[in-house]
Design a binder for this molecule. Sequence first.
Ligand SMILES: C[C@@](CO)(OP(=O)(O)O)[C@H](O)COP(=O)(O)OP(=O)(O)OC[C@H]1O[C@@H](n2ccc(N)nc2=O)[C@H](O)[C@@H]1O
Ligand SMILES: Nc1ncnc2c1ncn2[C@@H]1O[C@H](COP(=O)(O)OP(=O)(O)O)[C@@H](O)[C@H]1O
Length: 321
Amino acid sequence: MLAVVPPPVTVRVPAKVNLHLAVGDSRADGYHDLVTIFQALSLTDEVTVAIADDPGVEVHGEGADSVPTGASNLAWRAVRELAQHVGRDPDDPKVRIVIRKSIPVAGGMAGGSADAAATLVGLASLWRLEISRDELAGVAGKIGADVPFAIYGGTALGTDRGDRIVPVLSRHTFHWVLAFDRRGLSTPEVFDELDRLRADGDPPRVGEAEAVLEGLSSGDPRQLALLLGNDLQAAAVSLRPNLRRTLRAGVNAGALAGMVSGSGPTCAFLCTDGDSAVRVAAELAGAGVCRTVRVAQGPVHGARVIGTEEAPRPIPPEVHA
Ligand SMILES: C[C@@](CO)(OP(=O)(O)O)[C@H](O)COP(=O)(O)OP(=O)(O)OC[C@H]1O[C@@H](n2ccc(N)nc2=O)[C@H](O)[C@@H]1O
Ligand SMILES: Nc1ncnc2c1ncn2[C@@H]1O[C@H](COP(=O)(O)OP(=O)(O)O)[C@@H](O)[C@H]1O
């Protein structure tokens, strides 16, 4: 009798921005304690997982040339971690992963983590696993600190390494403009730079997360704009001084506030509404301070199966600088 091969599964997964990122001291395990508020944005990658005799990873789209396709690809690490977790052979998983990227690589928007989360959700469906989101998030945390959030999406508080996730109430859709820089930044180098800045002086620290949670529940982007903060911003700007100009240009173009997204170098600008975001994006693109500008909304849901066949993807409007 012929075995029935399940059809490929495609998962859409969001980028994130950190509305609040408080970095504590460095720990013995090389990580820093974080208190962060993530928001998932409508800038997404798509990941297709399929049973195949030629296992491996293919990457297409935004920044594909700089993404490893071997064992260090975070999606492949997800295959191995989940295989191990459910008692399959991690050295012979017989799956092929195709990634279509829109999230900038090494951009501080957790694109690689998103691809890992999408792979976990896709494999759970492909392998017909009885596994809850919380259990998948546990596996996700072994791959990287940002991976669990991409499983859940929405708006969430992250503590410990940023991987202990609690959902947060956010009643409003917020409108963002994202400015991609010409090259990525390495996350560990940005944390190291913050440690160096703190050893030399006293870079500003963000306030309490509670105020941001209140701003979110008010649903008023003007109130939230006053509360956004990122301890890694000083470090990212120190490594990439051109980001100062980008941040200024977004606010001059009419954004309510601008910040470096996570470890950067992508800059995220909060806008009053969708029309304002389109105007800010156009003006920012004309200012020539960054490589590409996109608009996005948040919060959106986390990694989710969108089909068991190739599905067309909506690409958010792009304005070339
Ligand atoms: C800074 C943040 C903010 O959300 O994201 P990005 O902006 O890079 O996307 C995250 O903390 C990044 O998470 P992620 O990119 O998954 O980090 P990992 O692969 O687990 O760790 C890479 C390295 O970053 C540093 N790191 C990461 C997380 C953390 N809480 N403390 C750290 O010091 C460590 O040097 C670690 O070895
Ligand atoms: N699937 C993937 N997509 C993007 N980058 C990946 C992937 N797998 C591994 N990487 C590596 O992880 C690094 C960080 O990627 P990414 O998650 O895009 O950035 P960030 O941590 O700044 O949000 C990149 O430099 C890249 O070499």
